[in-house]
Structures are given as C-alpha cells and as structure tokens.
Design a protein around this ligand. Structure first.
Ligand SMILES: [Zn+2]
Length: 156
C-alpha cells in the first residue's frame, strides 16, 4: 500500500465555505491570487450573469471575437437566446461581465484583470465602427461597447 501523505492530499483538494467544493482554477494571464479573487466575486456576486467561470468565459469570448486577422470591421451580434451561456454569443455581454467583475474586484486583482481587458478594448474599438445613432437608443448606451455598430442596428 502506498504511503499516504495527508497534508499533500489536503493541499490538492482545497475545500472552502466561500468557494465551494470545486477547486478554483487559474485564469490564463492572471496570478493565482487574482484568480482566487475573481473566483470569490463570481461565487458571491448573486448576479445573473456572474456565475462561476463567467470571467474566464468572457475573456475567451472577447479574444475569440477579436481573433479574425485583417482590417475588416467586426460587428457584434445579438445573441438569439438570453440564457446564461448563449448570452456570450453577443461579445458585448462578455464585456458587460468583465465590467461587472472589475467593479466588484478589490485591488490589486482589479488592476491585474484590467491589464488583460485593456488591450482587448483597444482592438475592439479599432476593429468596430462607431454607431452614429447610438444616442437614439436607450439600452445600455452608457457603455461605450454598445455605441459601436452591431449586426442588427435596430436592436436595443
Ligand atoms: Zn440559451
């Protein structure tokens, strides 16, 4: 029978009342400490869109949207279903999630996540076009990523 190392086993399976039984995973590009802070925000937020894993999902979706090479403009597209997962089809929802998490994160985790989001924002604003009629719409136009031309401009 192999020798058991209880301390090592415990270290591999952290159980926390705050984070729940699932060991929090490290978000690509974030320190372990910041990943834990994000995980904590996701568990405690009580927000409809901020579920565990939402931040990682949002970052992946944001990068994926900006991925096509070239200078061709990109158009965000409304998601056909408003459930927690399909909402991410609309890249602007992914950006909403990141904004909400950023607002809730304590420093320095906020700054760390901000450093991942900012260069994506730069590409997003470069690859999308301004919506000249954004001021006529009511919905969420306080966020600059909703003031860009979308595939369905009547939306909102
Ligand atoms: Zn759905």
């Amino acid at each position: 029978m192999p020798r058991r190392r209880p301390r090592a086993l415990r270290a591999e399976q952290p159980v926390s009342r705050v984070w729940g039984p699932t060991p929090p995973f490290r978000i690509h590009g974030l320190s372990t400490r910041a990943s834990l802070a994000v995980h904590r925000v996701e568990y405690l937020s009580g927000s409809f869109s901020i579920h565990p894993g939402a931040t990682d999902c949002a970052l992946r979706r944001y990068r994926e949207f900006l991925h096509p090479p070239g200078r061709r403009p990109l158009y965000p597209q409304e998601s056909s279903c408003s459930c927690t997962w399909c909402s991410f089809d609309d890249v602007r929802h992914a950006r909403d999630v990141l904004e909400e998490v950023l607002e809730r994160l304590p420093e320095p985790a906020r700054a760390e996540l901000g450093r991942l989001v900012k260069p994506l924002d730069v590409v997003f604003s470069r690859r999308t076009l301004p919506d000249p009629f954004a001021h006529r719409r009511q919905w969420r136009t306080q966020f600059w990523w909703y003031r860009r031309l979308a595939e369905r401009s009547e939306w909102g």
